[in-house]
Ligand binder design. Structure first.
Ligand code: URA
Length: 265
């Protein structure tokens, strides 16, 4: 009996380490693997996927994602296609897709990293504690979700909220870029270093990137002005950085106000 109890504890700890930290149903979910698709080759000694075949699979999924994006013309169609898309393994561990939310005609687009547990449950971005802090900060400059659109680099929750892998970012990036093109914002505000590097590919820390403007070229040839700042989840842990994040939000508001008044003259 004692042994069994210890085994169960060990098993639970093993699951936790693997990032399985929640039960979302009574029945186990079996993932159907499409046998016609090539699975990554495995190195028998290390039991790890051989990199070249992993890269090939990522390439195939990336191409597939790009092809999908080339043929859709609305956010609704993009969501439908992404729900059918099978090229990102995170889909199988997440409970649902977390697509963008807010005003699809907004001039401001906010981008986070990936959904957490609350977002995975609800199906909307930034609805948990960090989302509540973000909403308060945006409300302080007079912006609610009717005035901006918000999405993530990755639309499926990584197990245990781990940082998305480069291969997952690579596969999901065409979907994010398509959302940017369809919303066509003038301003993009990126939350956190991981999301900022995924889009801007600067290889810099968020402390270095924040406070500076960058350009993002949309597929219509126009440029969106990009500002990055600390992720609200980080601000919840490091309240001392809130002043810098607030300075970034004021910088964003000033630039948006300037653009509005230039348009009205
Ligand atoms: N953190 C993110 O980056 N995105 C969310 O949607 C929630 C938390």
């Amino acid at each position: 009996m004692m042994n069994n109890a210890m085994n169960i504890k060990d098993i639970l700890e093993w699951y936790l380490l693997a990032g399985v930290d929640e039960i979302c149903g009574d029945e186990p979910l079996s993932v159907e693997i499409n046998k016609t698709k090539s699975m990554p080759e495995v190195n028998v000694q290390s039991n790890r996927p051989v990199i070249s075949s992993l890269a090939q699979n990522t390439n195939g999924a990336y191409k597939n994602a790009t092809d999908i994006c080339d043929k859709v013309n609305s956010l609704a169609d993009l969501l439908t296609e992404m729900e059918k898309f099978d090229g990102c393994a995170l889909k199988h561990t997440a409970s649902k897709i977390v697509f963008g939310d807010g005003n699809p005609n907004a001039k401001l687009l906010l981008i986070g990293e990936a959904p957490g547990a609350d977002e995975d449950r609800v199906g909307k971005p930034f609805v948990g504690r960090s989302g509540q802090l973000l909403d308060k900060m945006m409300a302080a400059i007079g912006y609610d979700r009717e005035q901006f659109y918000i999405c993530n680099i990755i639309p499926w929750r990584p197990p245990g909220n781990r940082t998305p892998l480069d291969s997952e970012v690579a596969v999901c990036l065409p979907f994010l870029k398509k959302q940017i093109d369809l919303v066509d914002p003038d301003f993009i505000f990126i939350l956190g270093g991981s999301a900022a590097n995924s889009l801007l590919n600067m290889g810099e820390t968020i402390s270095k990137m924040r406070g500076h403007w960058y350009d993002y070229k949309k597929s219509n040839g126009k440029t969106a002005k990009v500002l990055a700042s600390f992720h609200p989840a980080y601000l919840l842990r490091s309240a001392g950085q809130k002043a810098k994040a607030w300075a970034d939000i004021l910088r964003l508001k000033k630039a948006m106000d300037n653009e509005n008044s230039a348009e009205n003259h």
